[in-house]
Design a binder for this molecule. Structure first.
Ligand code: NAP
Length: 281
């Protein structure tokens, strides 16, 4: 199976979309790479940095004749864009998204896209708290994990192609259902982000000048784009609320042991956490 496309369209050539555009161009996987964004500056930076061949705000014109479309916008914008492109996309086109939640996006794709357009949901567990085309780079996915959603309705040929693309980008692929994906990322990505933000909010501003490695390491992700993250949280509310509940009960255990002066219990909890953390590779 050849990885060759005639016209690839990156909707949202920011950090993730721009990095994909850069690889598609550098490795000549697509004859041309078109970027769609809202701001002129985004398109100018993306073009200047070689992430796209040219950019436009005209979705209808851009996707005419496209055989690959990458949706790399905030999660709620991906859902809206699926609805919009559904009206113009050509038959046989392969579409994949990179959004951080999967259930709602897959639902929108199943409902809004024509039959002979092949959609695959993906989520690269790569990136950073930085955003925009200025930070895109072609090495971003190397040795990272990428979730690729497989369901009964996923076209097998499209799935194989998307898996091959992600492996080519340097990622290790994990096939997963949308429901399982959303539960895992609620625990492993969304809860940590929320805690990181709550932690920053819990300290007095005047004390921030004393921040050292511990505080900096634990709160790095709180510096990420708030629009993107708000969209993620509200698209995965149920799973995140479940994860928060578990976290609250854990925190309460620590609090109770401190209040009751139960030193041994407290230490046991710390030791268990340490052992568990040491298994993270
Ligand atoms: P980003 O750098 O901020 O790029 C977002 C792009 O989408 C920009 O080109 C922006 O163009 C466009 N955009 C933003 N809001 C839009 C809207 N409402 N309508 C149309 N276009 C819009 O974001 P990113 O970090 O690449 O994230 C993109 C997607 O990847 C998100 O769904 C995110 O959940 C997912 N993701 C992110 C990471 C990460 O670490 N950052 C990792 C894995 C997955 P303008 O500047 O013109 O608005």
């Amino acid at each position: 199976m050849k990885l060759k496309f005639n016209k690839a369209v990156i909707v949202g050539p920011g950090l993730i979309g721009g990095s994909i555009g850069m690889i598609l161009r550098q490795k000549k996987i697509a004859a041309s790479v078109v970027g769609i964004a809202r701001k002129d500056k985004t398109l100018t930076v993306a073009r200047r940095r070689g992430l796209i061949d040219y950019g436009t705000k005209d979705v209808k014109r851009a996707i005419r004749g496209a055989d690959l479309i990458v949706l790399a916008l905030p999660v709620d914008a991906i859902k809206k864009t699926i609805k919009l492109i559904g009206r113009y996309v050509q038959s046989g086109c392969l579409i994949f998204d990179v959004g951080s939640t999967k259930r709602e996006i897959l639902k929108a794709a199943a409902k809004m896209l024509p039959k002979k357009v092949y959609f695959v949901g993906t989520h690269p567990m790569a990136g950073s708290e930085k955003s925009g085309p200025a930070h895109a780079n072609s090495g971003i996915f190397k040795k990272s994990l990428c979730f690729v959603v497989m369901s009964d309705t996923t076209n097998r040929c499209a799935l194989k192609k998307v898996v091959k693309l992600w492996k080519f980008f340097g990622a290790r692929v994990e096939l997963i259902s949308a429901a399982k994906h959303d539960r895992i990322v609620a625990q492993m990505s969304h809860l940590p982000h929320l805690i990181s933000a709550a932690l920053v909010e819990s300290v007095e501003k005047k004390n921030l000048k004393f921040a050292a490695t511990g505080f900096k390491d634990t709160t790095r992700i709180a510096a990420a784009d708030s629009v993107m993250w708000q969209s993620i949280f509200f698209s995965n509310r149920k799973e995140i609320l479940g994860a928060i509940k578990i976290f609250e009960s854990r925190l309460k255990k620590f609090k109770n042991d401190l209040e009751q002066n139960r030193i041994r219990n407290f230490k046991k909890q710390l030791e268990r956490a340490r052992g568990k953390r040491e298994t993270v590779v």
